[in-house]
Design a protein around this ligand. Structure first.
Ligand code: SAH
Length: 462
């Protein structure tokens, strides 16, 4: 971000525009919406500028700019549509302490004016750092269509009503009231209609019984935000509290409602950190206070997610809950190999195993797993790789059985280690993977892999 967006208070402050043609007019039309003290310096003012000066909406100095003209100015626009003159006046203004914009000269400007959607006091500023004015215009049009023309009026009336809304308890209840006002029912057309809507809604919300909390146990998928389900996205959009595991990608946390309370539960699968009891308590206490809690787990919450313990805690506290499934990392990892999890004639079933559980390395039916054609997706299998390798070999598994480890499946940092059972260790240790990794027993990447990664896809489609 080369330009930091801010909203500047211009009331009573001096803003100077040098120039009197179309470029100056375009800026002045925007600036006249503010309460700045405007000065225009030009030898040849357009007739509108003369009219505005006569109406006392700005001060016109009808001569070329001189040293001293920009003293005390906060902002200065060089809008002469003449490079040499703009450079001359910009240098004066800059030396006199004003922030300088040169129209159509991004390089030499100290600030830029964004495209603006005006629903005063609601103002949306759109900037592309000069990269794509066409895009800015398209976004502006989109927003103009979306935002009701009376939004500004609603916001003004709403602001004056704030003290009455304080009768509602802070938090969810008050938020719901405002959401109903701005987004529920029909938009008011006049101030009286807006006030009537506020009165009616306040009455309703004051007498509404306390809302019960709710817990959604949500799968965040393997990491790529595009692999979130729409349901998960909507849950994040409306959550009051998000309690997330360590493996949930930061890009996904970014999607949570801005006001949501974000709490890291630190743990993942059977790993150490915040105790399960403490997490259960956190979920329950937030839900008890009426919050909509999103318990966000990587992949699918029903796969090695210690989900049942949290469900039991909710049940014991009589709190409503729901499971929102996600894409488990085995699905993302196998996609990266260009393979399918099951295949006619190869494996008619697949096992999801964990490398270790609460008691240490997990025991499994090694004899069955050692048979040719068996396919298993091993979660949390990095530390236990040598143990698994040893058990399988001991039960007679073919040392040449393909084993593939996929680290950071679906993320830009994805890596694939294709090896065999005999070579799994030390190959895995040598690979030095430090992200989450999923191990496939019995699957190799498809030969002559034609599977495109996301980057190639975007290139191909552009
Ligand atoms: N509920 C999760 C699994 C939680 S257990 C799911 O459905 O995917 C944590 C293990 O999941 C990690 O040790 C790793 O084996 C695996 N895992 C999670 N995200 C992964 C990713 N992006 N790539 C590879 N493996 C991943």
């Amino acid at each position: 971000m080369k330009h930091f967006p801010i909203f500047m208070a211009l009331e009573g402050r001096r803003v100077v525009v040098s120039g009197g043609g179309e470029a100056a007019l375009a800026k002045l039309r925007l600036l006249l919406k503010t309460e700045a003290r405007l000065t225009v310096i030009t030898q040849s003012p357009a007739s509108e500028i003369v009219d505005w000066a006569q109406d006392d909406r700005l001060t016109l100095i009808a001569r070329p700019m001189q040293i001293g003209d920009a003293l005390c100015a906060k902002l200065f626009y060089a809008a002469n549509e003449d490079d040499a003159e703009d450079a001359r006046v910009a240098a004066i203004a800059s030396a006199e302490g004003a922030l300088v914009n040169i129209v159509d000269n991004l390089e030499d400007s100290q600030f830029i004016t964004p495209a603006i959607v005006d629903r005063d006091p609601v103002t949306v500023a759109i900037g592309t750092e000069g990269a794509a004015p066409v895009l800015a215009r398209a976004i502006k049009k989109d927003l103009e269509d979306k935002l009701s023309p009376t939004l500004g009026l609603m916001a003004r009336v709403g602001k004056a009503f704030r003290k009455h809304a304080d009768a509602l308890p802070f938090g969810r209840k008050r938020r719901d009231f405002w959401a109903d006002y701005y987004f529920g029912g029909t938009a008011p057309n006049t101030e009286d209609e807006a006030n009537a809507k506020l009165d009616t809604l306040l009455e309703q919300h004051l007498h509404e019984p306390e809302r019960d909390g709710h817990v959604d146990l949500v799968g965040a998928g393997p990491g790529d935000p595009e692999l979130l389900t729409l349901k998960a996205r909507n849950a994040l959009d409306t959550a009051d509290v998000v309690i997330y595991d360590r493996l949930v990608a930061p890009e996904i946390l970014e999607l949570a409602r801005r006001e949501a309370v974000m709490i890291s539960a630190g743990k993942e699968g059977f790993g150490p950190s915040v105790t399960q009891g403490a997490i259960n308590e956190m979920i329950v206490s937030h839900a008890r206070s009426g919050a909509y809690v999103v318990r966000l787990k990587s992949g699918d919450p029903t796969v090695f997610g210690r989900l049942d313990e949290e469900i039991e805690a909710c049940d014991a506290a009589h709190i409503n809950w729901r499971i929102v499934p996600g894409i488990t990392s085995a699905s993302a990892a196998v996609a990266a190999l260009g393979q399918s999890l099951t295949k006619r004639g190869r494996n008619s079933g697949i096992r999801f195993l964990t490398g270790h559980d609460t008691k240490g390395f997990a025991d499994h039916d090694w004899k069955t797993l050692s048979r040719p054609g068996e396919v298993a997706a091993i979660y949390m299998g990095k530390k236990s790789a040598r143990f698994i390798q040893g058990r399988l070999m001991m039960h007679g598994a073919d040392p040449a059985t393909p084993v593939t480890v996929i680290e950071n499946a679906s993320r830009p940092s994805q890596q694939i280690l294709a090896t065999t059972l005999a070579e799994l260790e030390p190959a895995l240790t040598d690979a030095n993977f430090d992200g989450p990794a999923l191990t496939f027993l019995g699957l190799a990447p498809r030969d002559a892999l034609a599977v495109a990664d996301d980057y190639q896809m975007k290139e191909a489609l552009s």
